[in-house]
Ligand binder design. Structure first.
Ligand SMILES: Nc1ncnc2c1ncn2[C@@H]1O[C@H](COP(=O)(O)OP(=O)(O)OP(=O)(O)O)[C@@H](O)[C@H]1O
Ligand SMILES: [Mg+2]
Length: 310
């Protein structure tokens, strides 16, 4: 089977502004793809082009083998969409909205099961304008699932949700993946992308600056794994003198970048031999968020160019 989503040389200009400046990526079926980037990077523009809601300026785009702009009608029956900042008719309840969508798509819907899946059963009969921000987001997700979609486009589905509600949405995304559906996710919560995504792409000012599985991106752009120990600057000095490893110290926290596992024992030995007090020995690796902040920061400073990165 071909890719669920395929994008080649996609460009979108709004007048003078190149909001998307020639990007390429593909998403195989059944995968979770996280599209990450700072505000205004071009995520929603790209997502809405894939959904057939905006017309591209240039490039090739296919979703489930269809052109979203010219074959939107066929495509809309096979995809689910949560727009960024989902809104609906004020006086309609979640139960009615699900029924309405089900009729629209001519699909039978188990209203109760769908609302239970997004943890919204208790508000099944409350008017939309009385729902909290998070509850509205949950309804958006329920509606995106009504037509049993092969590909779900979720544009910031967890923004504004409380930590428990976010985890409920993560569970839905995991279920979609277990069902072999494709999920195209945008989010500003990097830990969410690291947890859920098989593949991520980081977009900055309309250009993709890094892409691949989260682990590979962290390995490629992250700093070396570190040992962290709480101790005085005197301890840091002793470690600097006795080890051939970089030692950084600030606010009673000492970081030692190590090369191989055996270094850990040498560090512990040096700490013990110093005779100075210490506590809280642990190892620490960069997260996707650390890498994202560093990459985007370097791009903003002009230290990195899009062409120089994968
Ligand atoms: N309809 C429009 N007309 C003109 N400019 C637009 C339009 N829509 C988006 N833009 C501009 O295109 C750029 C990309 O916007 P987009 O909404 O795709 O960003 P985003 O990555 O989704 O950001 P966010 O994380 O804030 O949602 C921004 O500079 C934005 O101001
Ligand atoms: Mg957006």
């Amino acid at each position: 089977m071909g890719d669920a989503v395929r994008v080649q040389g996609l460009t979108k200009s709004y007048g003078e502004l190149n909001a998307v400046g020639g990007i390429d990526f593909s998403v195989p079926p059944g995968r979770v793809f996280a599209f990450l980037g700072p505000n205004g990077a071009g995520k929603t523009t790209t997502v809405e082009i894939l959904e057939g809601l905006r017309k591209r300026t240039k490039g090739e785009v296919e979703v489930l083998g269809l052109d979203p702009w010219t074959q939107g009608r066929a495509l809309h029956h096979r995809i689910g969409v949560i727009p960024q900042e989902f809104r609906f008719f004020d006086k309609i309840t979640p139960a009615e909205s699900v029924q309405y969508y089900a009729r629209l798509f001519e699909k039978p819907a188990d209203v109760e099961a769908l609302l239970a899946r997004v943890e919204l059963s208790d508000k099944a009969n409350a008017r939309f304008d009385t729902l909290s921000g998070g509850q509205k987001q949950k309804l958006g997700l329920a509606l995106a699932l009504v037509n049993d979609p092969e590909v779900c486009f979720l544009d910031e589905p967890t923004t504004g949700l409380d930590p428990h509600a976010r985890r409920a949405i993560w569970e839905v995304i995991r279920m979609l993946k277990a069902d072999h559906r494709t999920v195209f996710l945008t989010t500003h919560y990097l830990e969410e992308a690291q947890l859920l995504a098989d593949q991520v792409a980081i977009i900055h000012q309309g250009r993709i600056i890094a892409s691949g599985p989260p682990d590979a991106i962290i390995r490629q752009y992250g700093r070396r794994e570190r040992l962290v120990v709480q101790g005085s600057s005197a301890l840091a000095e002793k470690l600097r003198a006795s080890l051939d490893l970089p030692v950084r110290a600030q606010d009673g926290r000492i970081e030692i970048a190590f090369r191989e596992k055996a270094d850990i024992f040498r560090v512990l030995d040096a700490i013990e031999k110093s005779g100075l007090p210490w506590s809280g020995f642990a190892t620490q690796s960069d997260t996707l968020e650390d890498v994202f902040v560093s990459l985007v920061g370097k791009m903003d400073e002009g230290v990195l160019k899009p062409a120089g990165v994968a």
